[in-house]
Design a protein around this ligand. Structure first.
Ligand SMILES: Cc1cc2nc3c(=O)[nH]c(=O)nc-3n(C[C@H](O)[C@H](O)[C@H](O)COP(=O)(O)OP(=O)(O)OC[C@H]3O[C@@H](n4cnc5c(N)ncnc54)[C@H](O)[C@@H]3O)c2cc1C
Length: 337
């Protein structure tokens, strides 16, 4: 069976073949994927593929069924609930945009409007949960409209979008994290999430950050379990350590309660609400590192073994503290409120 990129290339190739038969390509040409042997196929100019690409990028909507109770048609669209149900996988490339909104760095992706979509170029150093058929949401800055920023879905099967494996990390390898390069990728209108990304980001930013709370809460919970596990054999001496499981239990309960309270109202536009989200996220990162540190001290040499999960939790805890919004960014945000 052929993968989607392969199929896509073949369709484009077949369509363009007869157009190109009498042409000699000038300028950049399309390089077929390594998995395709293209003998005696004339070079296909990249500009032609760009022009033809928009005709293959369409959004279908078809009648899939009839709901006899509500007496209405059920229409299936290209995406529908495919992301929320997990049928199509994807991630978020929002670190750079979030940092740019805090004035830490410039937007790394640039785009310009063309008929039927945008042409996007630039590179993002790290995006997780990616694979050949995945999508991810990110933002580019418009070259052709000062101040314009657009949020869109990047389609990883697009041949103008390349995934470069990152160097091995301290932890979190296996998360499908890649450097992503856009080489004048055509992003059709149907993949645009918001032409005016500013107001849209303001709406989703609290939910985006609150979803990260799960990483910290799960990690703290396991660090408490690790400390409990060694209590029987080492409790007589561990009780002299300044940080005990009982304190982390209280913190965990407090954070969980605050997360659930804030998550019940994710579109709240008040500044005071947003400040609470940012403050909670900072405390979650700090507490994750503190809990992992305490778990290491409680375990002693057994936690220092490569096979013990205490050292793994320590490495993972630093991810909670450095993934965007990182501790330093959160502190900057709170300082500037
Ligand atoms: C395992 C892992 C998974 C991640 N997953 C995602 C994700 O899914 N989506 C997403 O948007 N971001 C992701 N990131 C990026 C992350 O959110 C932060 O942006 C990153 O950790 C740096 O944040 P910082 O604010 O500390 O910036 P700093 O570390 O201070 O770096 C500032 C800038 O320097 C550049 N830089 C730093 N290190 C490198 C490097 N190794 N190569 C090239 N440039 C570099 C980048 O432009 C970065 O923004 C991931 C990072 C890691 C380590």
């Amino acid at each position: 069976m052929q993968s989607r990129p392969q199929r896509k290339w073949m369709y484009v190739g077949a369509f363009l073949l007869f157009i190109c038969a009498g042409l000699k390509a000038q300028g950049p040409v399309i390089t077929p994927p390594e998995s395709i042997i293209a003998e005696n196929v004339p070079s296909i100019p990249a500009s032609l593929a760009e022009t033809a690409g928009r005709y293959g990028a369409y959004r279908s909507a078809g009648l899939s069924d009839w709901n006899p109770e509500k007496l209405e048609m059920l229409i299936a669209t290209r995406f529908g609930d495919s992301f929320s149900s997990g049928r199509v996988l994807g991630g978020t490339g929002l670190s750079n945009p979030m940092k740019s909104f805090s004035g830490i760095e410039r937007l790394k992706l640039k785009g310009r409007k063309v008929e039927g979509g945008y042409i996007v170029r630039g590179a993002l150093p790290c995006v997780s949960n990616l694979g050949a058929e995945h999508y991810f949401g990110t933002i580019f800055e418009r070259d052709d409209e000062p101040g314009g920023i657009v949020m869109f879905l990047a389609d990883c099967s697009d041949s103008a979008i390349t995934l470069q494996p990152c160097k091995p990390f301290l932890a979190m390898d296996g998360t499908g994290t890649y450097g992503v390069q856009f080489r004048d990728a055509f992003v059709p209108d149907e993949l645009i999430l918001a032409e005016q990304a500013g107001p849209f980001v303001k709406k989703i930013r609290a939910g985006f950050i609150l979803l990260q709370a799960g990483m910290a809460l799960g990690l703290i919970k396991d660090c408490i379990a690790i400390m409990d596990e060694v209590d029987a054999s080492l409790g007589h001496v561990n009780r002299y350590l300044p940080q005990q499981p009982v304190q982390f239990r209280e913190l965990h309960a407090e954070f969980e309660k605050e997360t659930m309270a804030l998550a019940s109202d994710p579109y709240n536009a008040d500044d005071s609400y947003w400040r609470r989200v940012v403050a909670l996220r900072l405390r979650l990162g700090d507490a994750a590192v503190a809990a992992a540190h305490a778990a290491m001290l409680h375990c002693g040499a057994r936690g220092y073994l490569r096979s013990h999960r205490a050292q793994r939790r320590l490495r993972e805890a630093y991810f909670v503290a450095i993934v965007t919004p990182a501790t330093k960014q959160l502190r900057k945000m709170l300082a500037e409120f």
